[in-house]
Ligand binder design. Structure first.
Ligand SMILES: [Zn+2]
Ligand SMILES: [Zn+2]
Length: 133
């Protein structure tokens, strides 16, 4: 089982699966939203996530919906219109101590990465934009 929650524990979720992959996204929106050099997304099938309380959604662009906790502001998820059935949960919301979580497999949108951040040689694939997985 995998579970997760925002910083204040108002938003929480459980799933019987583990993420299919973890992806570090360096795009402008992820960087700004995270307030960090990148956002790590843990990919799941949308149907596999059971929300105890759902996060607040916002249209981040014409192509994606992001969500956050209305109480503490934590980033919770992102979903792309063109990949229905896939949701990225903010990996930092995953609770420790559940099923083992895979290491991030991709750095994506490096074309937009912060100039001050040096991407580590961590074995993950590096993409200027992104792949179709
Ligand atoms: Zn919260
Ligand atoms: Zn991004």
């Amino acid at each position: 089982m995998t579970s997760g929650a925002c910083a204040c524990n108002y938003i929480s979720y459980t799933t019987t699966t583990t993420p299919t992959r973890l992806v570090n996204c360096h795009c402008n929106t992820c960087r700004k939203q995270a307030g960090a050099p990148y956002q790590t997304w843990a990919h799941f099938s949308t149907d596999d996530i059971e929300w105890q309380i759902k996060p607040t959604e916002r249209r981040a662009s014409s192509t994606a919906t992001r969500s956050f906790c209305p109480r503490c502001g934590s980033t919770v998820s992102m979903a792309l219109d063109r990949i229905p059935g896939l949701i990225g949960l903010a990996a930092g919301t995953l609770n420790e101590g559940d099923a083992p979580i895979p290491r991030p497999s991709h750095h994506i949108f490096l074309a937009e990465k912060a100039a001050w951040f040096e991407v580590p040689e961590d074995g993950a694939q590096k993409w200027d934009l992104w792949s179709e997985w």
